[in-house]
Design a protein. Structure first.
Length: 193
């Protein structure tokens, strides 16, 4: 009987230790600016649950586009377009990083997310006069990781394959496909304030 009581106490102590280790959580609210390879943005990330956040982002992205005209000639344009992102994230490796005594500051963890982006074209800056860009929306499941360094700085890298819908209209005389598969690779440096 004493062995069962002792075994029960040992199990209870392990369970209480395991519950304490699980209490690590994402930050309540983070505001930051990010610089990507082709973008500059402001983001806000709020906690929804212990490992879930909702990240919203507004920024400017650059790119190059080529428009083909019916007479056969084409024109390349450099674009700066505004965009917004809404992205629920699940930081799944918080507990493991905590057990290994790794840094969890500012949501430093691996994550899965669903990145939803809308690109505006009404305010697009273009280096050619006769170019009209198509607005678009894209939905991309992503895998990524975020790491903090020097207290307020972090880097974030992600990759995903998803769907893009271009809102083609007769107004926009372009030859882009209306629906297409898109591969997204991102690497961003950020500062949390």
């Amino acid at each position: 009987m004493k062995k069962f009581i002792l075994l029960g106490l040992v199990l209870i102590s392990f369970l209480s230790t395991a519950q304490e280790a699980e209490k690590v959580s994402v930050e309540k609210n983070l505001n930051s600016v990010q610089l990507g390879l082709f973008s500059l943005s402001y983001q806000n990330e709020i906690r929804l649950d212990r490992k879930f956040t909702l990240r919203s982002e507004a920024g400017l992205s650059t790119g190059k586009s080529t428009m083909k005209y019916p007479d056969g000639h084409s024109e390349s344009s450099f674009l700066i377009v505004p965009y917004i992102n809404i992205e629920p994230r699940w930081y799944y490796s918080l507990d493991r990083r905590n057990r290994l005594e790794k840094n969890n500051t500012n949501n430093s963890s691996n994550y899965f997310s669903l990145l939803t982006t809308y690109v505006f074209t009404q305010a697009t800056l273009v280096n050619s006069k006769n170019y009209n860009a198509n607005p678009l929306i894209q939905i991309i499941p992503e895998y990524g990781f975020r790491r903090s360094f020097r207290k307020n700085f972090f880097w974030d890298a992600s990759v995903g394959v998803g769907y893009r819908h271009n809102f083609s209209d007769k107004l926009y005389q372009s030859t882009v496909d209306e629906n297409e598969t898109v591969i997204d690779i991102q690497y961003k440096l950020g500062y949390i304030f």
